[in-house]
Structures are given as C-alpha cells and as structure tokens.
Design a protein around this ligand. Sequence first.
Ligand code: SF4
Ligand code: SF4
Length: 366
Amino acid sequence: MGSGGAVGRHTTTAERTQRLKAQAFGLGFDLVGITTLGEPATRTAFDTWLDAGLHGDMAYLAGDGAALRRDSRRPHAGATHAIVLATQYGGREPSGPVARYARGDDYHELLRERTRALHHWLEAELCRPVNARPYVDSGPVLERDLAQRAGLGWFGKNTMLINPKAGSFFFLSSLLLELGADVALDVDDPFEADRCGSCTRCLDACPTQAFTGPRVLDATQCISYLTIELRGAIPESLREKIGGLLYGCDICQDVCPWNVSFTTSLREEAFRPREMFLDAGSREGTRALAREILMMDAAAYAAAFKGSAIKRAKLWMLKRNACVVLGNVGTHQDLTVLEVMLRHEHEVVREHASWAVARITRLAQQ
Ligand code: SF4
Ligand code: SF4
C-alpha cells in the first residue's frame, strides 16, 4: 500500500482507490480494475491475426488504428493508467434472433456518460483537473487486453473476456488517464490464470467453425461479423449456417460453463429488450420479426431503432439478413414479402431475396 500526496480528503492511495471503486459501483458498473498502460500482451497475436486478414472488411482495425492499438499509451496523450469498467447486460434471457447486447438502448452513450461521471468524481475528489478520456468500444484501444491486465478476467478460447464470477455478458469501457507524482491509485494484478482448461465447448458449438484455433477467430466466418459488419453479400456457403440469427450471435457465449453458472439476470433498465424483440425467440416470432424488417421503410427503421445499437447495420443490411433468416426458417407464407424484395433498390437485397425464395420453394418440394 502506498501513500499519495496531500490532495483531497482521503490521502492514502489505498483509501483513494477504494473510494474510486465504490464510486464506480455506485454509478452502476459491475466490475472495476486499474492498470498501467503499455504494449498489450496480445500484440503479437493481434498482428498475426491482422496479417492473416482474419479481420475481413473491418479496415478500422488495421493501418493507423492498429498502430494505436499496439500500445495503450498512444490513443490519449499523457495517459499512464486505465480504469477498466465492466457493465453486465444479463445473459439469462432466452437466446433469439438478435444478440442480447443489441436488444435495448445503445450502450455507447450511456457508458460514456457514466465513465465521464467517474472522471468528474475523481477531479472533484482531487480538487484538480485530471487529463483523461473515456473509451467505450469505439476508440483504438484493445479493451479486453486492458481488462485482463486490470485483473477483470482471462481470454476465453472464444476470445471473450471471462470473469470467474460474472461470465462474459458485459460491456467494457475504460477511462485512460494521466496520474502524476502527486496522486496515485493502487494497480490491480493482471488475471494470469487460464480457467478454460480442457473445455472446447465454444469451439465445438460455433455453427460456422469460425475459430481457427483456441482464441483465434476468423471474423470473416463469424455470424456477428456477417450480420453486422459485412457491407456486401453474405457468402452463400455460410447462409444456411446462420439459421434464424438476424443480428449478431451469442452461441459461443451461451455454451460457456462460466456463463451457464454465473451470468445474472438483466438489471439495467436501458438494456431491456425493445418490444419488437420480446416474442422473437420462437420460430414464429423470428419469422414475424424478419417480415417486419423487410416491410420497413427508412422512416419506420429510424423510429424502430432510434437510440439502438442495431443502427450500426443499415436498413438494407438488416433486410439482407432478414432474407437469409426467412430462407432458413421461413415457409411459403413468407414468399409474398420476399417477392417484393426481388424488386428492392439494393442489388444485394434482391439477390438474397432470390436465394431465400429458391430455398423455401426447394424445401417445400422435398
Ligand atoms: S459469435 Fe457465433 S459465429 Fe461467431 S464465433 Fe461465436 S458462435 Fe461462431
Ligand atoms: S466454452 Fe469452455 S473453452 Fe470456451 S471460453 Fe468458455 S470455458 Fe473457455
């Protein structure tokens, strides 16, 4: 335990650190850890992954973005430490066509505000400005690395950060900040253990075999990437494997024993599913949701997904995904709306609708 300078009412480093963590919990964060900045432990693995092109179309991860990600001191000038924060978004709710994290309000702004609130609290506590910047899954920061370094968990074979008491259904955010000689915080030990052991459930359960090995994800094969990030046609060889998944995929987290045992129910009001997703867990519900998306115009899309993370996918991408879903779980009753999509202005939607019509028709004849 060290001692800080005579700044603020509580002057020892341990007291200050405890108060900071208590404040973080009070703000609604579920886990908090503190670490120094530097080169991430997975830097070599990250470079190898990029060199192999396993990031697909996510160009923002390569180039200048990669240079910043190779050292967590780079994204924010002067930063020396990170306060790493995790916010759970449930996990006990049934799986469905939309990944759990995307069923409620967009987490970015909410968590950025909370992370900013922690920053302001620290400034008030120290009675001086603190050079800091919040990051919520948006800047060039390898947040899972920071979280492992801050003791919040280990990298599962499914590449997610897993906490031994909370599983992996949580958002990560971080405050990169400059701590000077006059003020310190106790740094947490990194989480060094690998608690996956001989388990391979996540690798075995992936419908597209997107893992080339433990902790190596070929994003170009991953349903999350295909339905959210990919700005083009979904490879035909992967469409059937997508099944009824419309936006994202939770499968390699659902099967993880750490989630089976330790995931909690959803507590955060903002992350409660929007009404249109409430009945979407069944096959009928999935079909109804896919049809609803196919019938949306721009105004309906804007209204339905105002403040939702789903808007990361443009409407034509959601329609592309909905065609794939109906091609997999639809019936002849879905042909009418799919046939309307054969005249859609976007070529990719037209082609996916054509694929879906052909598949439903073929399956009906068998
Ligand atoms: S998110 Fe789904 S598709 Fe992607 S690796 Fe996990 S199980 Fe496979
Ligand atoms: S399913 Fe098993 S191997 Fe995969 S992350 Fe969880 S514990 Fe690790």
